[in-house]
Design a binder for this molecule. Structure first.
Ligand code: PHE
Length: 355
């Protein structure tokens, strides 16, 4: 029996099989247990002989089971360690990655450039009221400049009306036609000195290769004591040099008109045609050169400062506004504004904005 039992134990392939062997041998009904029970019925002489034999058998079987059990457990552990091994040096599997859209990229670049000049980023609502978008900016209701803006008017529902009335000054609601209302929102909520830029979406009812009904502007506003046109020119020059990453940027300030600035200037940068491409930099007054309008700007109109509750004799400032999409086109050489909003990856890849 011993020989057979030890062979069966050594051959048990799994912990479950081994346990079945254990029950069959030393369990209550097991064959070794049955042998032990026969001792009781034996004569003392017989027991003296059989006792040590049967007990020895039981001990040998128990020891063999323990040994086999330890071996099987070790085997199971080895198998687990082998199968669960993680190689931390393996490169991670590739995942599709998104990329930064040129508009976002340019807004980030601008925020960074102006942060270095001490400008904070401000924002305002895209659904704006007539007062912030026009009236406070010295564009009264009858002003012809309103017609220039191709405004989208918004008709709030009666429930929206309740919400709108809590923040709107006046009944007319528009999609803001420029970022200039953020000038008003900043001047009415912060004490000067003020130095902010305000990037964001604006809306005009217009659509062709260079106009989309939604586009992006960035506004700049400085309000302090003793601010003059020289500060404006230096700021724009510094900003455009940093943005186009060239020291030889030449600016031309052309007298212009905006209701909210006086005097007003449109700002051009010089460019030259090089290898059939327009390259920003240098004076536009050279043969083959030209000027490209990039900004609207001016000294903040006294009436605008006063409309915001500030004393225009104490506080002066300058403001400027420009199209973010336009700046992106100029810097990265795109020619169709509409493509910015098509979400076509091939277009993004072509200009190096997606892989
Ligand atoms: N808001 C003007 C526009 O949209 C740009 C501008 C901003 C001009 C600030 C002057 C000062 O055309």
């Amino acid at each position: 029996l011993q020989h057979q039992a030890l062979a069966a134990i050594a051959a048990a392939p799994t912990l479950e099989a081994l346990d079945a062997e254990r029950v069959a041998l030393v369990g209550k009904q097991g064959s070794v247990s049955a042998l032990l029970k026969t001792l009781g019925a034996m004569s003392p002489e017989q027991r003296q002989v059989e006792g040590p034999r049967i007990n020895g058998l039981r001990e040998a079987v128990t020891a063999a089971i323990a040994e086999r059990k330890a071996a099987l457990e070790q085997q199971a552990l080895d198998a687990r360690l082998a199968s669960e091994r993680i190689d931390l040096s393996l490169p991670a599997p590739e995942r599709p990655r998104g990329s930064i859209h040129p508009v976002s990229q340019v807004m980030d670049e601008l925020a960074e450039i102006f942060a270095d000049l001490g400008f904070a980023v401000a924002s305002g609502p895209e659904i704006e009221d007539d007062w912030h978008n026009f009236t406070a900016l010295n564009i009264p209701e009858t002003h012809p400049a309103r017609a220039m803006h191709d405004t989208f008017y918004v008709e709030p529902t009666s429930t929206e009306r309740e919400v709108v009335d809590r923040w709107a000054s006046g009944p007319d609601i528009v999609l803001r036609t420029h970022t200039s209302p953020v000038q008003i929102r900043t001047m009415t909520s912060q004490k000067p000195p003020i130095r902010i830029i305000a990037p964001g979406r604006v809306y005009r009812s217009d659509s062709d290769a260079t106009h989309t009904p939604m586009f992006h502007q960035i506004e700049g506003l400085v309000i302090d004591r003793g601010i003059h046109l020289g500060h404006l020119k230096w700021t724009l020059e510094t900003f455009l040099k940093a943005f186009f990453e060239r020291e030889d940027i030449v600016l031309r300030l052309r007298p212009s008109y905006f209701p909210f600035t006086e005097p007003s200037a449109e700002v051009d940068v010089g460019f030259t045609w090089t290898d059939g491409k327009r390259v920003i930099g240098g004076s536009g007054d050279v043969p083959g050169g030209g000027w490209m309008e990039v900004l609207g700007s001016g000294m903040v109109h006294r009436r605008v400062i006063a409309a915001c509750g500030l004393d225009p004799d104490e506080w002066q400032g300058f403001a400027f506004g420009t199209g973010v999409d336009r700046l992106a086109m100029l810097k990265y050489g795109m020619d169709d504004l509409r493509a910015f909003f098509d979400g076509d990856l091939r277009w993004l890849r072509h200009y190096g904005f997606a892989s």
